[in-house]
Design a protein around this ligand. Structure first.
Ligand code: ADP
Length: 248
């Protein structure tokens, strides 16, 4: 059999670039009170990657993801999502980008207590263009048997998986997860990470995970280390460790 002429340096199939970030800065406040949260960040990300962002508290990770997710605006620089420069969009444009392309998962689950798991996910699918069936989204995160439960009847890890199902049900191109296991013990946390890993592998969603926990980096394709508003390190893992094998 003839060998492919394509260079296979990473061992991964060629992918489209989803983000091209150039010299991004963010300053909160002005004058002597100014906080330089981002001091010039450059990053390229291919579609379908699993990305982990590490770095000490206050190093700019959340600010960076909030700008990429269209929740906040940069002070200068560019953030391209495919051919769209997010830094050029007006408020309506950013809202549409968030609604159609982005799913968010935060440390606290923000579920509505009076609605079942299925109803919490349905709230989003009702306003989406091409949503999954809520039951399918809940099955993807391993909660097929729990769809009629209320948040108070679910563990912290299960509630976080409902929040992931809610984020994924609109089929976003990208998921931003800010400390998704921050409130969970190791055993529960790895199940949450496993749900994110499955979504990334099965439907090709690009996933960004911010974490304080360096162990989580082992499940990523790429790991970026933030320090004082800059990227101070980046590495690729030759293989991704299955989240269920992670312990901390
Ligand atoms: P990390 O996610 O790495 O902990 P952040 O992006 O949350 O870092 O914060 C980076 C810096 O920006 C910190 O010094 C933080 O205090 C500051 N900061 C974040 N959000 C705001 C804000 N809304 N107003 C003023 N300063 C902020």
């Amino acid at each position: 059999m003839q060998e492919s002429a394509e260079p296979l340096s990473t061992g991964r199939p060629a992918r489209r670039r989803i983000y091209h970030i150039e010299d991004l800065t963010k300053t909160y406040g002005t004058g002597p009170a100014a906080v330089h949260a981002l001091r010039g960040v450059n990053l390229d990300v291919d579609e379908g990657e699993m990305f982990v962002l590490l770095g000490p508290s206050g190093s700019g990770k959340s600010t960076f993801l909030n700008i990429l997710g269209g929740l906040d605006r940069a002070t200068s620089g560019h953030a391209h999502f495919f051919d769209t420069n997010l830094t050029d969009l007006d408020d309506d444009g950013l809202t549409e980008y968030r609604r159609e392309s982005v799913g968010f998962v935060f440390q606290f689950y923000n579920l509505i207590a009076s609605l079942t798991a299925h109803e919490n996910v349905s709230l989003i699918t009702q306003i989406s263009k091409d949503p999954m069936d809520p039951a399918e989204a809940l099955a993807m995160v391993g909660l097929k048997e729990r769809i009629k439960h209320f948040p108070s009847q679910l563990s912290g890890g299960e509630q976080q998986r409902v929040a992931i199902a809610r984020a994924i049900a609109k089929r976003p191109r990208v998921m931003f997860c800010d400390e998704p296991t921050g409130a969970l013990d190791s055993e529960t946390g790895v199940r949450v990470l496993d749900a994110l890993d499955r979504i990334n592998r099965e439907i090709g969603t690009t996933v960004f995970i911010i974490t304080h926990n360096a162990v989580v980096a082992e499940m990523a394709d790429d790991v970026v280390l933030f320090g004082d508003g800059r990227i101070v390190g980046r590495r690729s893992n030759a293989t991704r460790k299955p989240p269920l094998e992670l312990r901390w």
